[in-house]
Design a protein around this ligand. Sequence first.
Ligand SMILES: Nc1ncnc2c1ncn2[C@@H]1O[C@H](COP(=O)(O)OP(=O)(O)OP(=O)(O)O)[C@@H](O)[C@H]1O
Ligand SMILES: [Mg+2]
Length: 254
Amino acid sequence: MIKNVVEVEHVQKIYGKKNESQSVALKDISFTMKEGEFIGIMGPSGSGKTTLLNVLSTLDRPTGGTVRIAGTDLTQMKNNELADFRAETLGFIFQDFNLLENLTLYENIALPLSLQNVKPVKIRERVEVVSKQLGIHDILTKYPAEVSGGQKQRTAAARALVHEPAIILGDEPTGALDSKNATSLLETMTELNAKQNVSILMVTHDPQSASYCERILFIQDGELYKELKRDEADREHFYKQILDVLATFGTQKA
Ligand SMILES: Nc1ncnc2c1ncn2[C@@H]1O[C@H](COP(=O)(O)OP(=O)(O)OP(=O)(O)O)[C@@H](O)[C@H]1O
Ligand SMILES: [Mg+2]
């Protein structure tokens, strides 16, 4: 049976205390994500994409509604429980890689496991597996400054995968890459998703990147504006459909 990896119900996020000037970042968002889905989040600047990702990442708490990830209700958890949950259940890929410059690629990839006190033998095993998958197995002793942008991003992807998270979350994961490296990362993500059923949710401005997803959620003014499914469409056709939706932003409500 296919499980839901994410269940977002009527999530609201208002910044600022009562009596102060308040900013409504998320009005009322609901959606579910099935295990093994590859979802993109798109929307204009200020529409609430990063806020939504932060709420899913447990880095921020919603002011209303519930968020369940892998069956766990995040809104019921204490801060220290959230930190453990984040370390065990989530993987992250950021735009700026977030690699530690003083650690080798191996040590960077191993970090999520080292922090959880996993045995060294098991760590070595997992780092081997993911670094082979991502084609960076022969450069593991190098430091981030000694490798290319694409290799850094594949290292960040390996680190996101090493502890076998329930879901990988990305905020503009291809944002700092040239088009060749961006394509290579997106192909890798597609392969991980297709062959290993890794659930991936990423925020992106870029319709080309979004065209690799199976489903896109468009948000505007903190609300779900439209949803697009790729179904059997090829990537080029899906890309055109995405452009069509982006063109309607600000001009009409779906
Ligand atoms: N910490 C904060 N305090 C107050 N308001 C905030 C805060 N963070 C975000 N906002 C507001 O919430 C709204 C949504 O912001 P968010 O960062 O989620 O947008 P975004 O869709 O990620 O935009 P971008 O594409 O520019 O990254 C904006 O109006 C923003 O000004
Ligand atoms: Mg943002």
